[in-house]
Design a protein around this ligand. Structure first.
Ligand code: PDD
Length: 319
């Protein structure tokens, strides 16, 4: 058994047709994910709720992005939406049954698809079956202190490639940015390309000025987070004006609020940037409104599921 340093338990994972303990899951070294970073992934939250069932929050949107990601790199989607949902449900059930995941624990589904195993040559091999990996582990959301005090961020030039819209496992650029944050006691690195805000190492970034929320427009320079569309919807619900527009570095530094969003962070206030306070140095009113609306959206998704209501905008549970 190989110990994986930061995985304390040994969850049951799915790999190429089998459910196996993580410690026993193996891919050949010629897997193109290993050799070339030739693959894509998804990270989707599965919220626990009182009924004992789970809300696969916005899974429809996560699966649509997965389909776009494989499509953009010429891999045939190994499963349709129903197949992915069923697979995630199987992995959840296996982990609940073996006691690795409590029914009241929020979880995260990690899905990875690589082009598969082939003799090492850069161009796509033919007749290769994609590698499919699904792992479900506990989700530890930011704690109350991070939400009430906000987090510190640093900034850096965005030196990644120009296909950031693909949720690729080729994450070295993002890894270096996350490491830069870690080395500077920061939570996240906000990146700028040609003087304009792009995104964090693993999150989308939002600013607030005079009550108006803004984010860089959807493009190849950022990953369109599933929270991007969600937050757009929440601003409408909360009566907050939203603008998708270019945001300069100066505008970021003069913002009243900065917010980061991702599946594992939900929304989180940034109260220091490169050592300077953001706005008043405290989480702001727009963050508070969006965080509350986010929690309402989770509750609504859970009750829609309980009532057996299929509602496309409020993601229906299937696991
Ligand atoms: N990352 N931008 C980047 C570069 C990201 O890696 C992520 C998420 C996001 C936000 O996307 P979403 O709202 O769908 O989580 C934006 C995930 C959580 C990760 O890599 O673990």
């Amino acid at each position: 058994m190989t110990a994986v340093s930061d995985v304390s338990s040994d969850p049951i994972v799915y790999l190429n047709g089998e459910l196996v303990p993580l410690s026993e899951a193996r891919v050949p070294v010629l897997d193109r994910g290993f050799i070339f970073g030739d693959g894509i992934y998804e990270v989707a939250p599965l919220y626990a709720h009182a009924s004992g069932r789970r809300t696969a929050f916005r899974l429809k949107q996560h699966l649509a992005r997965l389909a776009r990601s494989v499509g953009k790199i010429g891999i045939a989607n190994p499963l349709d939406d129903a197949g992915w949902r069923e697979l995630i449900a199987r992995v959840v059930e296996a982990n609940e049954t073996n006691g690795g995941l409590r029914a009241d624990q929020d979880a995260i589904a990690y899905i990875q698809v690589t082009r598969g195993v082939a003799k090492r040559a850069h161009a796509f091999p033919s007749g290769v079956k994609p590698t499919v990996f699904v792992m479900v582990t506990a989700l530890n959301l930011p704690d109350a202190a991070q939400r009430s005090s906000g987090v510190a961020c640093v900034s850096a030039e965005d030196r990644r490639w120009l296909n950031c819209d693909i949720k690729s496992v080729s994450l070295l650029g993002n890894v270096l940015m996350a490491q830069y944050a870690a080395e500077n006691d920061a939570f996240e690195t906000l990146q700028f390309r040609d003087g304009l805000l792009t995104e964090g190492a693993s999150s989308n970034v939002w600013i607030v000025k005079n009550g108006v929320l803004a984010a860089p427009p959807r493009s190849n320079k950022i990953l369109e987070g599933i929270r991007y569309g969600l937050i757009e919807e929440l601003t409408a619900e909360c009566g907050i004006r939203f603008e998708a527009r270019d945001i300069t570095e100066a505008q970021v530094r003069a913002a009243d609020e900065i917010i980061v969003s991702s599946a594992t962070k939900e929304v989180l206030p940034v109260t220091r940037l490169d050592g300077a306070p953001v706005g008043a140095g405290r989480p702001g009113a727009v963050f508070a409104a969006l965080h509350a609306a986010y929690q309402r959206a989770k509750a609504a998704a859970a009750s829609a599921e309980q009532e057996g209501v299929e509602n496309e905008s409020r993601e229906r549970l299937t696991v």
